[in-house]
Design a protein around this ligand. Structure first.
Ligand code: SF4
Ligand code: SF4
Length: 403
């Protein structure tokens, strides 16, 4: 006798099966092809946003199964979100791709590097295997480097440094500049020190959702324990996660203001607490994807630059919501280093064509990627463009030292 019990196959559990309406909104118009940095470099339709939607629709209709090849195509994405912003049919590409990544995680078909990343974060609460005590190493060259100065019991403002700025020596100039900017404005601030844990962005961005709740709860409690009224972040991905994701994953209420450092520096300048001296040079600005398109912060960094007397500001050809990704987003470097590098070199060409002496950004990852690509271009173009993060430029102006 035939059993009446329906056995659910693994396929029935795919979350993409619940996204039919969103997937069918794609009219296959191809507008997104003109914007996607992956498609522009590969000219391979199956890696494009439209191609990704076609594959997901086929899975949704049961015509295809998730395979390693499909996994490679879905994880080959900078998560820049240019496609979503320009799609005339309003397809929520970011949501669809993230749901598919989450299915691929459940199906065990994902880049191995994600297992390492997750293990590091669960074991050491940061994206390296270093002890979390190392979060404080970047302060050592500063004149006053005692933990008591930087990690107080209570303070008005908490500065959340982020994993990359805390552990990557190439980024140490950013937090060092920020604490000096805050000191110059006489802000009562503290770091969280060892109690700062990874915000969880690299995991949720890759479709891994089972750790984020614990990270969010811990970090929110850590800021609250300082009685802070304001949390300031310099990493756009940390900022985006805190501002737009945390409350979805934790019942611990956020009862303090959250600002990106570009917003806070502008406030301090307008209040007259940061005094700027004249500098000279032609400056352009790169909008980081997670700060601009993904969080809506475009004008504050530009206003900060324009408040420094003597600088000549010029926008990049692609700016604000149309800013081209630098290639450093979405773990693409771990999945396809050569492709990430091609995207970065295209960004370098765009920067060089402005004739600027300085390119400013507001993200440690963009800073590093742009710096590397400009160095590669230096031999070929003989151009020398300085890469600075916004707080570094502000500190230079505070000190009145020419760049
Ligand atoms: S722009 Fe939107 S509707 Fe057009 S092909 Fe791309 S995802 Fe589909
Ligand atoms: S998020 Fe960016 S890289 Fe990913 S598919 Fe869309 S445009 Fe392409």
């Amino acid at each position: 006798m035939e059993s009446e019990v329906k056995i659910k196959s693994k396929k029935d559990k795919y979350k993409i099966l619940e996204k039919s309406d969103d997937l069918y909104n794609c009219s296959r118009c191809g507008t997104c092809l003109a914007y996607c940095p992956i498609y522009k470099q590969t000219l391979n339709e199956s890696f494009s946003p439209r191609g990704k939607m076609s594959l997901l629709e086929a899975i949704n209709k049961g015509r295809l199964e998730y395979t390693d090849k499909i996994s490679e195509k879905l994880f080959t994405c900078t998560t820049c979100n240019l496609c979503k912003g320009e799609c005339p049919s309003g397809v929520k590409l970011d949501e669809m791709i993230n749901v598919a990544k989450s299915d691929l995680i459940d199906a065990g078909k994902y880049p191995e590097v994600l297992d390492i990343l997750k293990a590091r974060i669960k074991q050491a609460y940061n994206i390296t295997f270093d002890s979390n005590a190392g979060r404080f190493d970047w302060v050592k060259p500063l004149p006053e480097s005692s933990p008591e100065k930087y990690v107080k019991k209570k303070a008005d403002v908490v500065y959340f440094v982020g994993c990359v700025s805390s552990f990557s020596p190439r980024s140490f100039g950013i937090p060092r500049s920020i604490v000096q900017d805050l000191d110059s404005a006489k802000v009562d601030y503290t770091l969280l020190g060892e109690e700062e844990w990874c915000c969880g962005f690299p995991l949720i961005n890759s479709g891994i959702k089972d750790v984020i709740g614990d990270l969010a709860k811990h970090n929110i409690e850590a800021v609250k324990s300082k009685n802070a009224k304001l949390l300031v972040l310099s990493c756009p991905s940390c900022y985006h996660t805190w501002k737009h994701e945390y409350q979805k994953y934790s019942d611990e209420k956020i009862d303090f203001e959250i600002l990106h450092i570009s917003q806070y520096l502008l406030r301090l300048i307008k209040e007259g607490k940061i005094k700027l001296n004249s500098l000279s040079g032609k400056v352009t600005y790169h909008d980081p994807c997670d700060l601009g398109r993904n969080s809506g912060i475009y004008e504050e960094p530009r206003e900060v630059i324009k408040s420094i007397p003597g600088l000549d500001f010029v926008d990049l050809a692609s700016n604000r919501k149309l800013s081209n990704c630098c290639g450093g987003g979405g773990n693409l470097e771990s999945v396809n280093q050569a492709l990430a590098s091609k995207i970065a070199l295209a960004k370098a060409d765009e920067i060089i064509s402005t004739g600027a002496d300085i390119v400013v950004t507001s993200c440690q990852q963009c800073n590093r990627t742009i710096d590397s690509s400009l160095k590669k271009k230096k031999k070929e173009t003989n151009t020398k463009i300085k890469v600075m993060d916004l707080p570094e430029l502000v500190l230079q102006s505070v000190k009145g030292e020419e760049i």
